[in-house]
Design a protein around this ligand. Structure first.
Ligand code: ADP
Ligand code: MG
Length: 208
């Protein structure tokens, strides 16, 4: 992971969120307040513009600015959660380039930030159900010595599997939890956007 890849990833997330905005909002209309797509589109469009104008010395600077921008532009729960995660990634990567193992550790710091702020656990039907398996898959591949792109592809696959596995769960955190048993049978919007974020990383790393 270097500065160019960091910037390209944020821009790829913005593009993917733009393409899937309506789907994310549709998912959030079933078990939330129908703003997840517009929330993330606003945030990542702003972040992509900010990092395009940035001449950073470190990978971390790209992610810290991304996180700060998400926090200040996204209204809903996902803003501070994703914003805090990117800021944690930024803090962990105060280097011009990071090997897969260092990036795995940064992803773990991002997960820790989401869990600290949101106090959700795996199985609560949140973004964590996609994020946690993605971090574990990336870390496993990095430990095996796989290259960055292959580790990112494994992370994206794991995130998508985790996303699909949220459908039968009952929500225990966030707005969807107000629905109780009626949240069962719907895929979680935040787990879906997390899968998009990791797929964007895999695609960007494969075609830098
Ligand atoms: P809001 O719920 O405020 O409208 P969004 O619609 O942007 O915010 O985001 C909703 C998503 O945020 C949910 O689908 C879920 O994945 C995630 N989320 C909500 N609360 C939490 C939490 N406490 N911990 C982790 N993720 C959460
Ligand atoms: Mg919402």
């Amino acid at each position: 992971m270097d500065i160019d890849l960091a910037r390209a990833w944020v821009q790829a997330i913005a593009a993917a969120v733009g393409r899937h905005k309506d789907h994310l909002t549709q998912l959030d209309s079933a078990i939330g307040d129908a703003d997840h797509g517009t929330n993330l589109d606003r945030g990542f469009t702003a972040a992509a513009a900010v990092v395009a104008d940035l001449t950073p010395d470190t990978v971390g600077a790209v992610f810290t600015r991304t996180g700060t921008t998400l926090i200040s532009t996204i209204g809903g729960a996902s803003g501070p959660l994703y914003g805090g995660a990117f800021r944690a990634l930024g803090q962990a990567l105060d280097v011009p380039s990071a090997a897969p193992q260092a990036f795995a550790a940064a992803l773990a710091a991002g997960l820790e930030s989401i869990q600290k702020l949101g106090t959700a656990s795996p199985g609560d039907k949140t973004m964590i159900d996609a994020y946690a398996p993605a971090v574990a898959a990336f870390d496993e591949r990095a430990r095996q010595g796989t290259d960055f792109a292959a580790a990112a592809a494994a992370a994206a696959d794991a995130a998508e599997e985790g996303m699909r596995a949220t459908t039968p769960l009952q929500a225990r955190k966030g707005r969807a939890s107000y629905l109780g048993a009626r949240s069962v049978g719907h895929q979680d919007p935040g787990a879906t956007s997390t899968a998009l974020i990791f797929r964007a990383l895999a695609n960007t790393a494969a075609n830098p």
